[in-house]
Design a protein around this ligand. Sequence first.
Ligand code: AP5
Length: 222
Amino acid sequence: MRIILLGTPGGGKGTQAKLICDHFAIPHISTGAIFREKVKEGTALSREISSYTGTGQLVPDPITISLVEERLTKDDCKNGFLLDGFPRDKKQAEALDRIMNKKNKQIDFVFLIDVPKEMIVDRILGRRVCPKCAESYHIKYNPPKAPGHCDVCGTALIHRADDQEQIILDRLAIYNQTTQPILEFYETKGILHKIKGDGGIQEIFSQLNEIIEKVQKKLNRK
Ligand code: AP5
């Protein structure tokens, strides 16, 4: 199963991606997470990536597309994957189509998690992440068991560098400019599903899961 999760910054893509990937045993490929790992390497490429991610700008397509293509050639993607945060513009969507065509595969589901703007800033400002294992929390909606510490490895939680109010607003503005053409692109293919993202974490996961199971049942009957 090959899935794309689209949605505003802070809309819950990473949270839902983790639940779906655990449930269906497919790898979670987040371009944001790939970039955050690359930035830690301290190379010239790290500095270039960080000059974009640190200000909420999109990393240029040639860098992004080649990193995604490289990731999709790994063995664990043979039976499916979930892309979180990619594609983000029309050029990336077209490049993904070319990558899939080369492999003779197709994307099965594109989900748009639609969250009202007023909820987004609250979700992002309350997010805390583990700098060691990248586990993500929310101080109100998904708190760690021991306040301020990661449930998985115990490390002290931090704010993400780009989770500051002005950068959040810039990320939202960029999202609004670049995403509409992608929605049309996947709507035409008949694989776009819009999900209301203003409910609780489990409630949204149930909606996603229900659609996946319904489509799969239909395909199995053919
Ligand atoms: P990326 O890491 O993809 O960031 P983003 O798209 O801004 O999305 P977020 O990670 O902020 O949010 P999310 O939707 O995953 O929400 P989450 O589940 O954490 O990208 C970072 C940067 O990398 C970009 O700005 C760009 O520079 C670069 N980049 C990435 N991809 C690129 C690409 N393709 N091309 C070019 N550049 C690219 O949830 C947020 C919070 O809300 C959490 O605290 C969570 O616990 C909480 N929460 C989640 N769901 C709920 C719920 N239902 N109710 C209450 N709280 C909830």
